[in-house]
Design a protein around this ligand. Sequence first.
Ligand SMILES: *[C@@H]1O[C@H](CO)[C@@H](O)[C@H](O)[C@H]1NC(C)=O
Ligand SMILES: *[C@@H]1O[C@H](CO)[C@@H](O)[C@H](O)[C@H]1NC(C)=O
Ligand SMILES: *[C@@H]1O[C@H](CO)[C@@H](O)[C@H](O)[C@H]1NC(C)=O
Ligand SMILES: *[C@@H]1O[C@H](CO)[C@@H](O)[C@H](O)[C@H]1NC(C)=O
Length: 376
Amino acid sequence: MTTGMAWSSSLISAALVAASYVVQPVFAHSAFWHPSMYGFNVTAQTFPYDNRPVAPIKNMPFSKWWFHNHLDYPPHPSDVFLLPAGGTTTAEIACNKGATSYFASSEGGDIRNPANPNDVCPGSKSITYHTNGIDDLEGCALGIAYKSEARDVQPGDFTVFSVNQTCVWTRFTEFKVPERMPPCPPGGCVCAFFWIHSPFGGGEENYMNGFKCNVTGSTSTVPLATAKVPRRCGEDKRNNKLFSAPGNCTYGAKQPFYWFNLEGNNMFEGPFSPPVYNDLYNFRDGAQDDIFQDSYVTIPEPAPNAALPVLKDVSTPQTQTQTQSESSSSTSTSSTIGNGGGPITVTITVTASTGALPSATAVSSSSSSSGGASSW
Ligand SMILES: *[C@@H]1O[C@H](CO)[C@@H](O)[C@H](O)[C@H]1NC(C)=O
Ligand SMILES: *[C@@H]1O[C@H](CO)[C@@H](O)[C@H](O)[C@H]1NC(C)=O
Ligand SMILES: *[C@@H]1O[C@H](CO)[C@@H](O)[C@H](O)[C@H]1NC(C)=O
Ligand SMILES: *[C@@H]1O[C@H](CO)[C@@H](O)[C@H](O)[C@H]1NC(C)=O
């Protein structure tokens, strides 16, 4: 009897050990992987805690979450991620370095899926990288700071310049680079990958991987505008908001989301309504073409009923010069905001005879698919 009980209890503890091994996945989460990144060779053992690039960020003091606490693990100076102005760049996003082109320096070697090169996490279900499927993607973003030293970069220095709303579904993920990106300073720029997953994909958490980057092929020198905090303005059926509120959006250069940490947050949304990189926060899919100092004629203070901003037509810069003239003529111009789903077309009517400021009126607002995740 005694022997039998000892035997069965050791069987149970063996089963428990096996179970705890199984529920603690070796491969999970996701990160941006490139030799230009900070923390390229950081493993689970490098820090007293698991600070691999894929480890999620939450409830941390600033020093622990900013650049993933990888500033002491810089890339080689020759490793720079290139951003061709007006072109497309391809990033690799995976749950483990071994699932990327850089497997050679991964502890576990090459774990890529020969049958599917786009497999983000070979051998694991998509929920391990926080999505229940292709309908549960919330997008990710690349931000840029026009500074050469990562240690000089402050949270407000990052501007989101590209979004992929179907991130993190494929290992090879394309990012469109705005055509008017100006050149970086002589030492290059500093970039970062940002991602917050769906509320159905697991607990609330942020992802941030910094990397060295450089803009090539610039045709414009107009700097980026000062980045503002994004606002939740899209249709949000999960929270019973049936219509988007375009006047409530932040337009132009926007900061990345800093959320759910102990310090340095710029977003204060609750755990079930995370800020996400898609139309819900006016992050159109692809290049963020309206982030420059001359992108808009006017951007009113956002509010649910605010007037819509007026994009400057940079190809015909004379369009808006009549606003302060003495003539009583009226001009109408229309612009399309954003380049992704659900563009908002605004028409401005400028009547200058009174000398008053021009009034912008949204005559047509065809933001049909500005519903964020639901449009996917
Ligand atoms: C990362 O590790 C690989 C392999 O050991 C090495 O060749 C490379 O120089 C390392 N990179 C950095 C940035 O430390
Ligand atoms: C997002 O990445 C996927 C996979 O690389 C690509 O097919 C898609 O065109 C990208 N979307 C944008 C808007 O760049
Ligand atoms: C960045 O790219 C520009 C344009 O190609 C080039 O002149 C410059 O040397 C590059 N800087 C770095 C640090 O790679
Ligand atoms: C407007 O934006 C604020 C800030 O993100 C948000 O809290 C509020 O719910 C939004 N209101 C509407 C009607 O979109």
